[in-house]
Design a binder for this molecule. Structure first.
Ligand code: UFG
Length: 318
């Protein structure tokens, strides 16, 4: 696994270990957290270091790679796209090269709803065309395209999971969300409660019922489960595929704020600011394909469970 020291990666590593799988984590710790990984499983290798990756793969031969490692901040990607294309695209190419050299031909890839940009039809189905509106989204499209050719030419099968809004924390409290700097809504709502400094809601004049943007929040534990199902499908011979990973239910920024207030039992100080560039009004997944083909059945993705687990994690670590 690459990026196993990050938010979704560390959750998935725990779930794989719980299920009895062996896991080796490759992470350069540039954004991840050392304390999120069992030191015995961690290999500090940069994705661009193809030789280093080959060495890890030869020392610990594996059935499949789950590739989480990437930079994820949409806004940052519009300031330093070169860093995003280097780390996300060239880094993935280096990983694929190492996999081909060591004969590992199954990959689960962390993709994103950002590949769709401002979709014309919602709920979004996987056949919606690529139309990213950020360098981050484009970097993920580019990797999805690389994967197509690696399958055609090298027989490297892959499953791309296009995440919608990953949120929540491990229900057992072992790991949760912690980005630096934090840009995601739920941790920022908590921060506003903690500090008393108002969080800015980015626009309340969208064409939605309450004027704020609607997103499809999916619990990180359910996302982690999707990776295990994807690895198992590839191991059973499934062909390459792309799946949306969301719940099919959207919540507005104001609804999320209200859920946070209910769970925390305290008001969230907030102010209304201008729209954030590149925010689509409505992003909701049709995840029917993931449910039907891989048997995915999200268990923790009610807004209440998402906010409760995240709040518990925040209280312990915030
Ligand atoms: N929001 C605010 N104030 C904030 C932060 C966020 O109002 O301080 C709003 C955003 O405008 C958006 C919603 O809360 O409407 C959710 O924003 P996030 O930043 O938490 O998440 P995004 O929907 O922007 O991004 C997520 C992933 C990205 C991915 C994208 C796909 O985090 O990695 O979905 O569109 F690219």
């Amino acid at each position: 696994m690459t990026g196993g020291a990050g938010y979704i990666g560390s959750n998935t590593a725990l779930q794989l270990l719980d299920a009895g799988y062996d896991v080796v984590v490759v992470d350069n710790l540039s954004r991840g957290h050392r304390e999120s990984v069992d030191p015995a499983r961690l290999r500090e290798v940069d994705l661009l270091d193809t030789e280093g990756l080959v060495k890890v793969m030869n020392e610990a031969p594996c059935e499949a790679v789950i590739h989480f490692a990437a930079y994820i901040a949409v806004g940052e990607s519009m300031k330093i796209p070169e860093v995003y294309f280097l780390n996300n695209v060239a880094g993935s190419l280096s990983l694929l090269t190492a996999m081909v050299r060591t004969g590992i031909r199954k990959l689960v890839f962390s993709s994103t709803a950002a590949v769709y940009g401002m979709p014309e039809r919602v709920p979004i189905v996987e056949t919606e065309r690529y139309a990213p509106v950020s360098a981050y989204g484009e970097s993920k499209v580019m990797v999805e395209k690389l994967l197509h050719w690696f399958d055609q030419i090298h027989g490297l099968r892959s499953i791309c999971l296009r995440y919608f809004n990953a949120a929540g924390a491990d229900p057992a409290g072992r790991t949760g969300e912690c980005h630096e700097p934090e840009t995601h809504l739920i941790p920022l709502l908590f921060k506003a409660i903690r500090t008393g400094i108002p969080v800015t809601l980015f626009g309340d004049d969208y064409p939605t019922a309450d004027g704020t943007c609607i997103r499809d929040y999916v619990h990180v534990t359910d996302l982690a489960r999707a990776h295990i199902l994807a690895v198992e499908a590839l191991a059973a011979g499934a062909p390459s595929a792309k799946y949306n990973a969301g719940t099919g239910h959207g919540f507005s920024v104001r609804e999320v704020l209200k859920a946070v207030e209910d769970v925390a039992g305290r008001p969230v100080p907030y102010e209304i600011g201008p729209r954030r560039e590149g925010d689509p009004p409505l992003l909701v997944a049709d995840s029917g394909r993931l449910q039907t083909e891989l048997g995915w059945n999200p268990q923790y993705s009610s807004l209440r469970a998402i906010v409760e687990t995240a709040w518990r994690w925040e209280c312990r670590n915030g």
